[in-house]
Ligand binder design. Structure first.
Ligand SMILES: *Cc1c(COP(=O)(O)O)cnc(C)c1O
Length: 408
């Protein structure tokens, strides 16, 4: 008899996006002439930069000729891309990361989901709340959690991120082994300072723990004092893995290219306390289960590091940040408090309502769709996320309607 991995039965169905869709459909039925503006999506909306498209086309043409055709590439990614990443994303920030510490993949979602395979079943895991759901769900699937009670899994150490701590969680009171952090954060848009991040690196070093740092929104950081990579923090190479993606920085959500940095100094232990290289383990997993990102896609990603590619990618990010700024100023005018929106495409807003009340109000009064914060975890209740991923014209229209709904 074929039996299932019963851990899958513990997963909590996310009704978030289906609930949103239902409420939007019901609103449209009652207001057939009202155009709904969607600012709820975590997906980019603008075309790929021209430099990427040109490189993409050229690489496809190379594939059309026997002499320049390429079959399987290196599982870890082509050297041209890994070297461009090391130089531009790390050396330029004073972080000493070499090309062979970079693993190119088809997404940070897969990598943040797969990484937990390297670690034992009985480690203690710390996960922020609210959070990108992948970190928690992949540990549930792997059987690292107990029952779900009162909105939370037993066996997980939740790191509360609230307005009281500016959405940067405090160090856990109990010892933990694996720590997920995401800055600039999805959904809160909050950032972490070097000093704050150093407390986590120091904690990991003191406790033989490991930090999984998701920097998918790094490109949105405008404040030069903020860390763009965790490897700007002294001592981080021994205790941190970093996840990056071209999805939000280069508009690659549908093109698929990302990378994970596993420094050679990064270590974990076996039950006897013997030290092991996490780089070697990840390399083994990656080569066993993955055959590399397609050559044209890696060429397109490399083009983001060319002179024109850098300018065009910055234009993309600046476009969304201009949308975010308009969302922030409108919310401020209306007397709401918010975080994010400055170094992030997300604005995290709170008033005196629960998430769904807030959502319904914006939908019914203004025809604007946001994301209720409660969908990202218990601590997200009372908040909504407005995303800057849309056209400027639509954001202007949405903010105008919200102002009118409040009589301004
Ligand atoms: C969008 C996003 C990613 C990127 O995922 P890809 O699979 O590379 O598209 C990673 N982490 C967070 C928190 C995200 O919001």
């Amino acid at each position: 008899m074929i039996t299932i991995n019963e851990n899958y039965l513990k997963l909590q169905a996310s009704y978030l996006f289906s609930d949103i869709a239902k409420r939007v459909a019901s609103f449209q039925e009652k207001n057939p002439d009202r155009e709904v503006i969607k600012l709820g999506i975590g997906d980019v909306t603008r075309a790929l930069p021209k430099a990427c498209i040109d490189a993409f086309h050229k690489a496809v043409d190379e594939m059309a000729v026997d002499a320049s055709f390429r079959g399987y590439g290196p599982e870890q990614g082509y050297a041209f891309l890994r070297e461009a990443i090391a130089k531009n994303d790390f050396h330029a920030r004073g972080a000493n990361i070499s090309a062979d510490e970079i693993f190119v993949s088809d997404g940070a979602k897969c990598d943040t989901g797969n990484i937990q395979e390297l670690f034992s079943q009985d480690i203690t895991i710390a996960i922020p709340d609210p959070v990108y759901p992948v970190y928690l769900d992949t540990n549930v699937m792997a059987g690292r959690t107990l029952n779900f009670e009162d909105g939370r899994f037993k066996g997980i150490v939740y790191l509360d991120s609230t307005k009281e701590n500016n959405f940067v969680p405090a160090l856990p009171k109990e010892p933990v082994d694996l720590i997920y952090l995401c800055f600039p954060n999805n959904p809160t848009g909050s950032t972490i300072t070097k000093e704050e991040l150093k407390t986590w690196v120091d904690y990991a070093r003191a406790n033989k723990a490991l930090i999984l740092f998701d920097a998918a929104y790094e490109a949105f950081i405008q404040d030069e004092s903020l860390p763009k990579t965790i490897y700007e923090i002294e001592g981080a190479k021994e205790v941190a893995i970093e996840f990056r993606s071209f999805s939000k920085s280069g508009g690659f959500t549908g093109t698929r290219c990302a990378f994970t940095v596993v420094p050679k100094e990064c270590v974990a232990y076996d039950t006897t306390g013997k030290v092991h290289s996490v780089h070697a383990l990840w390399n083994r997993r990656h080569c066993t289960k993955f055959n590399g990102v397609s050559y044209p896609v890696q060429k397109a990603a490399e083009a983001l590091y060319s002179e024109e590619g850098k300018v065009q990618a910055k234009e993309l990010v600046d476009y969304y940040l201009k949308n975010a700024e308009l969302i922030c100023t409108t919310m401020e005018e209306l007397g709401f408090t918010y975080d994010g929106g400055k170094n992030s495409p997300y604005v995290w807003i709170w008033g005196n309502m629960d998430s769904w009340e807030f959502f319904d109000m914006l939908l019914n009064k203004a025809g604007v769709v946001c994301t209720p914060g409660a969908g990202f975890g218990k601590c997200g209740n009372g908040y909504i996320r407005i995303s800057a991923f849309n056209s400027y014209e639509n954001v202007v229209k949405a903010m105008q309607r919200i102002r009118e709904a409040f009589g301004k």
